[in-house]
Design a protein around this ligand. Structure first.
Ligand code: ZN
Length: 350
């Protein structure tokens, strides 16, 4: 088994910061129940030295930095490494103001913040999720889709103005507290139900919508992946992020004439990756998921390596592999000026 290599490789889903809970300093025993509660109080730090090492090791030329806790860390890195990193923005500065009580949340306020930040030229996309879940929403109440759709339409207008892509988060791990977000009424909200993206993709056919994780953000079940394929097959403006897909999951979308290689983009969630689970002799033999028995991983999970091994087993042409690993992202995020030469990716005279 080898490692897939591309001519110009872009990971479209990377987190360059990580959060330290500092269990020992707090005198706490690490456990996954407390992890869910302590995340908001954790201290984010710049994890780019490990990221740059892994990029070098696995021939990853560029990364799209997806936001995490502290937007200032990402801004610093985007300015420091303009040829290695481009950014995605999801309204973090506005959320900070809301949390500090400086402003009361409104969709207009959020959209103004998105507009201002996208105007800086630092960002190439809105993501990684659709921004703007209203704060303090009761988790036990059904999310009112009519209201949420109206909010999303305003966000999509900002994306349309700036000609950027928008992310829609799909899938989720099963092990720790995050898995519980998929239970109960949340299953019917946009995170658990990618079919709601049909409405948005149809209303804004000119705005590329990226289904973050393509239904697989950890765990072995394929239900959400299949729902994502349904949305992608129906709308030419819908793209699937593939980094946590095992080899077999690429096959149907690659063959489907209404999806195809042009709509798959590599994005792993480096930096936030779940630990790797192994089922020798079973299907899938390897997948990512949190594991309550093992507990919280302290190591940097090697998701570039794992994902590139899965890709290497695909029976496709190198030109098509180049599209998944970078060419499609260059087109979507308009990164032509970062690529050393033109004509790197499949194009035909018309
Ligand atoms: Zn992510």
């Amino acid at each position: 088994m080898g490692i897939a290599k591309g001519r110009f490789t872009i990971d479209t889903h990377v987190h360059a910061q990580r959060a330290a809970i500092k269990w020992q300093e707090r005198g706490l025993q690490p456990d996954w129940v407390a992890l869910g509660k302590l995340r908001a109080e954790s201290t984010p730090y710049d994890n780019s030295p490990r990221l740059l090492y892994d990029m070098e090791r696995y021939n990853v030329d560029m990364c799209v930095l997806n936001p995490y806790l502290d937007p200032d860390i990402d801004v610093k890195l985007l300015k420091q490494y303009p040829d290695k990193f481009v950014g995605m923005y999801g309204g973090a500065y506005y959320s900070q103001k809301v949390r500090r009580g400086e402003v009361k949340w409104s969709i207009e306020g959020l959209c103004q913040d998105l507009d201002e930040q996208l105007s800086t030229g630092l960002y190439v996309a809105i993501g990684e999720s659709m921004p703007g879940g209203r704060p303090n929403q009761d988790q036990n109440k059904l999310v009112d889709w009519e209201q949420r759709f109206a909010d999303i339409c305003q966000i999509m207008e900002v994306a349309k103005k700036h000609k950027v892509t928008v992310g829609w988060h799909t899938g989720g791990a099963s092990g720790y507290a995050g898995g519980r977000r998929q239970l109960g009424s949340r299953a019917f909200g946009e995170g658990g139900n990618p079919l709601l993206a049909h409405d948005v993709a149809a209303a804004f056919p000119d705005v590329p919508l990226i289904l973050t994780h393509g239904g697989i953000d950890g765990w072995w079940r394929e239900r959400t992946w299949e729902l994502c394929l349904e949305v992608a097959a129906a709308h030419p403006n819908v793209y699937l992020e593939t980094g946590q897909w095992w080899t077999e999951l690429y096959e149907k979308p690659l063959r489907d004439p209404n999806i195809g290689v042009e709509r798959l983009i590599w994005g792993t969630d480096w930096g936030a990756a779940h630990p790797i689970q192994w089922w020798p002799g079973a299907y899938p033999s390897v997948y990512f998921d949190q594991n309550r028995k093992e507990g919280i991983p302290a190591h940097q999970v090697d998701i570039f390596g794992q994902s590139l091994r899965w890709l290497d087993r695909l029976d496709i042409t190198q030109d098509d592999l180049n599209l998944i690993l970078g060419g499609n992202a260059v087109r979507l995020f308009k990164l032509e000026s970062k690529v050393p030469h033109t004509r790197f990716f499949k194009q035909f005279l018309k």
